[in-house]
Design a protein around this ligand. Sequence first.
Ligand code: HEC
Length: 157
Amino acid sequence: MKPLSAVMPALTLTLIFGLSVLPTAAIADTVSLPMDTLPNRITLPNVSLVNSALANRGAYVARSADCMACHREDYSGGVPIDTPIGNIYSTNITPSTRYGIGNYTEADSKKALRKGRAPNHQIYPAMPYPSYHGLTDDDVSALFAYFQTVPIVDTPP
Ligand code: HEC
């Protein structure tokens, strides 16, 4: 258990961030639209753009685990990580099916985050999956839900 003082900055950021992922327009849209008119990518189980406890928890986990430090605030990637074998660039982890992780299943996310295995390649440890090995199933489910709600960036990192 971390002392509260260590957790507080993350909590504060999450509160700010949690609010920032809910633009007013999106709230208005979603409230006035029945579920079946929403785009496919946010009709997955437990994921809605607004007020999904799971996705909001995912935003908290992402902020606490500092994914954006390497993948950028918009998760579009392209940040060079200096390693003894040269720079390794972070990837686009938005739900883009072409450039991001839009084709990931929840099981794929678990393997990638905890074991460093992407669906068709081994991930370099510049992505700190050894540190994420202890993420619980619930944490990864929450991250998975949250990353469905992140705006797509359809460009290569
Ligand atoms: C210390 C920097 C760093 C942090 C922090 C980090 N990543 Fe990464 N991540 C990387 C790098 C670098 C790669 C690319 C590795 C490669 O090309 O093999 C990567 C790759 C990935 C991939 C594989 C994408 C693909 O190509 O299939 C996923 C998924 C991912 N990161 C998710 C996350 C999530 C979620 C978090 C937060 C929980 C996170 N990362 C935190 C650096 C980081």
